[in-house]
Design a protein around this ligand. Sequence first.
Ligand code: PLP
Length: 462
Amino acid sequence: MRYVSTRGQAPVLSFEEAMLTGLARDGGLYLPETIPTLSHDEIAALEGVSYEEAAFRIMKPYIGDTFTDDEFRGIIARAYEGFGHAARAPLVQLDSGHFLLELFHGPTLAFKDFAMQLIGQLFEASLKRSGKRVCIVGATSGDTGSAAIEAFRGLEAVDVFILYPHGRVSEVQRRQMSTPSEDNVHAIALDGHFDDCQAKVKDMFNDFEFRDAVGLAGVNSINWARVLAQVVYYFTSAVSLGAPQRKVSFTVPTGNFGDIFAGYIAKRMGLPIDRLVVATNQNDILHRCLSTSEYKPDGVIPSISPSMDIQVSSNFERALFEAYGRDGAAISQLMEELKEGAFSVSQGALQALRESFDSDRCSEDETRATIRAAHATTGELLCPHGAIGVKVADEHRVAGTPMITLATAHPAKFPDAVEGASGVHPPLPPAMSDLYERSERITRVANDLGAIETLIRDRTGN
Ligand SMILES: *Cc1c(COP(=O)(O)O)cnc(C)c1O
């Protein structure tokens, strides 16, 4: 399988190259040249197999012969062995026809562990073989960073630098990044918003001299291997509820469009998904774009669902690329317009997007009310992100088609918001119960490319 950039100008790469590179050199994102499909029988045969076995069968066509089957099975096994639930991604029923997919049983209690733990093992296997060393730089609104640090801590051939917006992540998120003691991990508090962190990471990737000198590698949600890892739980959950004989829909709390794009890939692979519902918080650029065609960032308003406080949704570029019939030049043009402030999606492309995606937003008050109501009626404690999904799902589900809402984080990751809404304090799982006692290590840095690059060069000796 070969990988092409959404802007059509970067070299075509193998799976391994695309994984190690992250962002393409033309500023675009990598996608497989063709999307493989699973037959009706192959999907039906996923019924009852382990999560790991399903992951192997679903991802195998994308990795080709990068690893032998035994190596790839080993990578998957190591990735998910630290999860606190045998099913890895268990389904819980909320109401008739409405199910919650719990994606928070990984080591940092958010769905990002599914992708990051796999990427950590993929990188290690690949770098061991080549003897190379890489420097991973990522931006986080909280959960990606903790998941990346947890996945790469102590690995031999990797340094990890995570930029997060100072003062804008929850205490649990911050501590998950700042308490690992391994020398190869660096939590960097940047004076700015998540979008500033993300922009700095993009700038570093576009500084080719720096990029090559330090061996930059990206594991943000733009990395194709992350999207791929997330495709798996769409299959496992849908099959548990009767796919491929029966259609299902999904509602996905969305920020960077990575998780929901994985759902779109699952659909393209042949999984009978009826609707994919984008659920946003008050930072609703995706909902506005899907309803009006105009994609216009207008400033982040901090919310109680900080992992979705995003105005520039990087993975949306992949959906646009598909909606524009894989016309890289058209995507480059839109991204140029975005630099001037906004772009408008063409009518044809908007129609293509709406064939798969619905969208809605959820206010802060509605989020709190949903946490309260779900606890009262089901006993489930939702994190604010999951609550946004549940609220939007309730408005979009139709009788006869099961709705699966993705619960993207454990409530204990956002204890203040959850307790404020429900009156119940969500306890951390036992493996993490001493998190508040561990000592922290943080480097504060200005919102300045030069300062960040100097810091990384110093720490890595480049
Ligand atoms: C990252 C994150 C999201 C948003 O996921 P995207 O792939 O960026 O759309 C939602 N909820 C939580 C808890 C997250 O960490």
